[in-house]
Structures are given as C-alpha cells and as structure tokens.
Design a protein around this ligand. Structure first.
Ligand code: ADP
Ligand code: 5GP
Length: 230
C-alpha cells in the first residue's frame, strides 16, 4: 500500500520550495499533479506544477468521477485526480498531495491513514515579506492571501505534523525525516540504525502534540485572539 502524504500551507509559507527540496532527497515518491482552472503563473508549465484546464473540462471530469477530491480555492477549481494514486500504487511508490485545508480533510475521510503535514511561516510579517519578494502577486492578491492565511492557520490542529519553515535547509531536512519516519513506522520489527533513530526523533518533535506550544506565538502573530487549545 502506498503512503499518501498531504501537505498544506498558507500561500507563501514556502511549501513549493520545500516540496522541491524533498523530491531531491527522497526516492519512490510521486507528486500528484492537480488539475486547476486558474491560469499558469510565472514559469509554470502545463503537466508540471498543474494541469491547466477550462471550467468546462474540469466540470466534465467531476461528472465522470475522476477526482479523489476537488475544491474551490480563490475562485478557481482545484482537484486531485484518482489516477495518480492508482499509478503510484502500480509503481509501489508513495504519493504526495499538495492541497488546501478543505482537500486535506476530504482525503483524511477517504484515506484515514494518510499522513498530513501543515507548514507554517515563522510569523505573519515573514509571510508577508515572502509573498512580496516572490513577486508574483498584485497588492490586492497579497492582502487576500494574508487574510486567507489567518483562517487557514486555525486548522493547524487537524494535521498530524506541524513544520515551521524558518531556515530552509533545516525545514527541508525535517520534512524528509517525517516522510522517512512514516515509512519506518510501517516496517515494524526491523531494527533501526542510529541515523534512523535520529530521524524518527526529529519527526516526533514535529508531531502535533509536541508542536502545540511552539506554534502559539505564530498563531498569535496572525490573530492575537487565537488562544491556546483552540
Ligand atoms: P508557497 O508554495 O507556500 O506559496 P513558495 O515556495 O513559493 O511558497 O515560497 C514563497 C517565497 O518564500 C519564495 O520567494 C521562496 O523563495 C521564499 N522562501 C521559501 N522558504 C523560505 C525560507 N525558509 N526562508 C526564506 N525564504 C523562503
Ligand atoms: P496556488 O494557486 O497558489 O498554486 O494554490 C492555491 C491553493 O490550492 C494551495 O493551498 C494549494 O495547496 C491548493 N491546491 C492545489 N491543488 C489542489 C487540489 O488538487 N485540491 C485542493 N483541494 N487544493 C489544491
């Protein structure tokens, strides 16, 4: 059985950057290329970051039940095609889904053993800075993304792992350790090497219960009213 990893993050947290780094380090992992009706951004290519389709094409795929889940994000359709999971399973690979909070909860309903990871920026100011320096969005879009981030972040406690993307290299290593630790967990009975024990400890430190305290100041930077445990 393939392991399904779900990664969500407020836009601009560094998710695409971290996922790119992850794929340089981990083998036997496929990326689920979503379908979307939004137009390509920057250097995005059809079939690489997304399959860019019209609303009519997307709606025809919904009718044909081709999606494992689909949602409307920022006014556009986004969907995960069932065929990616089938193909990953045929290759004995695991599958990584880069999807939003709504998609993550739909996948968790269908595949409860899926591993979900939420990426957080170090704080609101750094998120705003990253969105601006990325240079892809207008002022209006940046404001909307920051507003959406505040709401999305409130869902952090629905995820299995929380990763704070502060220093890129360290965060990429933590993400890799989570992925590898979950593979090890499914291979019970095999004695772990010292390196494997180390990565299991790193992954454990990112588990929701361990991370709760650490994320409080980040949540407060987005919404001072967000109190512990909510
Ligand atoms: P997302 O996919 O979450 O929308 P990106 O990967 O596009 O975000 O990253 C947003 C911007 O932040 C990019 O310009 C990226 O280079 C930068 N970035 C990503 N991770 C870090 C980090 N750890 N430290 C500083 N800048 C980062
Ligand atoms: P962007 O337009 O910035 O690439 O993505 C916007 C949001 O849509 C991100 O939160 C991203 O994770 C999410 N997204 C991308 N693909 C899918 C998908 O197939 N399903 C769902 N539910 N969300 C997706």
């Amino acid at each position: 059985m393939s392991i399904v990893y779900i990664i969500s993050a407020p836009s601009g947290s560094g998710k695409s950057t971290l996922v790119n780094e992850l794929f340089k380090m981990v083998r036997n992992l496929d990326f689920s290329i979503s379908y979307t009706t939004r137009p390509p951004r920057g250097s995005e290519q059809n079939g690489k970051e997304y399959f860019f389709v019209s609303r009519e094409e997307f709606e025809a795929m919904i009718v044909a039940d081709e999606f494992l889940e689909h949602a409307t994000v920022f006014g556009n359709y986004y969907g995960t095609a069932r065929r990616f999971l089938r193909e990953a399973e045929n290759r004995s690979n695991d599958l990584l889904l880069d999807i939003d909070v709504q998609g993550a909860s739909k996948i968790k309903e269908k595949i409860p053993e899926a591993v979900s990871i939420f990426i957080l920026p170090p704080d609101r100011d750094k998120l705003e800075w990253r969105l601006r320096t990325r240079g892809l969005d207008s002022e209006q879009v940046i404001r909307r993304r920051l507003d959406t981030a505040r709401r999305e972040i409130e869902n952090y406690s629905k995820y299995d792992y929380i990763l704070v993307n502060n220093l890129l290299e360290q965060s990429a290593d933590e993400l890799k350790d989570i992925v590898l630790a979950e593979r090890l967990r499914r291979n019970r009975g095999v004695e772990l090497s010292e390196e494997e024990k180390r990565l299991v400890r790193t992954a454990q430190a990112c588990q929701l219960e361990e991370a709760r305290e650490r994320v409080q100041p980040i949540l407060a930077s987005f919404n001072p009213q967000m109190v512990k445990g909510t």
